[in-house]
Design a binder for this molecule. Sequence first.
Ligand SMILES: Nc1ncnc2c1ncn2[C@@H]1O[C@H](COP(=O)(O)OP(=O)(O)O)[C@@H](O)[C@H]1O
Ligand SMILES: [Mg+2]
Length: 284
Amino acid sequence: MKKISIGYIFNEAKLKTEDKLFRELAKKKGINLILINTDKYLTEEDIEDKIKQCDLLFNNSTEDISMEITKTIEELGKRVIEPSEKFYYFEDKWMFFLKCFKHNIPTLRTILLSENIPIAKKELLAFGHWPVILKRVQGNNGEYVARAQNTSEAEKIMKRFWKKGSERLAIIAQEFVSSLSYRATVIGGKIVQTAIRPGHGWKKTGNHSNHIGKFKVDKELEKIIKKTVKVFGISVCGIDFLKKDGKWLVLEINAQPGLDFFLNDRKRLVGEILDFLAKEARKR
Ligand SMILES: Nc1ncnc2c1ncn2[C@@H]1O[C@H](COP(=O)(O)OP(=O)(O)O)[C@@H](O)[C@H]1O
Ligand SMILES: [Mg+2]
C-alpha cells in the first residue's frame, strides 16, 4: 500500500505533548506526518510546497491564523479536516441552535437578542425563562457565558460582554438547565470517550482533572450523537450535553476537542484520529 502523507496544522512556539504524540504515533503507523506550524513565518510558496505531497490535512489548532491557513490550503485544492466551511454552523451559537432546531436535534430553548437593550429586555420577558443564560454568539471556555436573574442583571451582562471583547457581537439568551455537563468525544462517527466535565458551580468548562468520571451512552444519546455528527458533517469533535428531566440536550459541538480529559487515555485518542485520517486519505 502507498504510504499516506498527512499534513498536521498546529500553532505553537514549540511542539507540545499532543503534537509529539501525533508525530510519534504517525511514525509507528507508517504515516508520513508533515508538520505545518502556523506560528512560524509561512509564505504562500512555503505552504504550497509543504502541502504538495499531503493526501489530507488535519487542523489541530483553534487559532484564527490556522483557520486562515486552512482556507488557503483549501483554495490550493487540498482537503482539510475539519473543512473551514463547517465552522459556519458550530462556531456561531445562534446558527448552531437554528441548525439543531431545523433537524429536530434536542437542544436548549434559545432566542437571539436585539442589540437595542430596551428591546432585548422585552424579548427576555416574553421568553420568560428565569434565570436565563446569556452568551455571545462566539466564545470559548465559558468566557462569554453568564447567568441573569432578571432584566437589569441581563442589561449589565450585555454591556459587560460588549465592553470586554474587542468585538461587539450579538448575544443569545438560553433557558438555564441545572445539570452536569457531559462530553462525548467522537472520531469518524465513533464515540471514543465520554467524560463528565469538571468545574465548580453551574459553569463546567474544565478539561483535565483526575476527579472526573465517565458516563454510559444510552440508546437515546447514541441516536442523537449519530444524527448530530451527520447533520453538522463533523469528523473529530467533542459534543457537550446537558440533561433535563431525564432527556439529553445538545449544548454545543467543539471542533479540535480536548484530548486530555484523561491523560492516560490521550495516546489512544491520538491513535484513533490518525487511523481515521489515514482511512479518509485512502478513499481518494
Ligand atoms: N443553558 C445553560 N444551562 C446550564 N448551564 C449552561 C448553559 N449554557 C452553558 N452552560 C454551562 O456553561 C459552560 C460553557 O458554556 P458553552 O455554551 O459551552 O460556551 P463556551 O463555548 O464558552 O464553552 C457549559 O459547559 C455549561 O457547563
Ligand atoms: Mg463549551
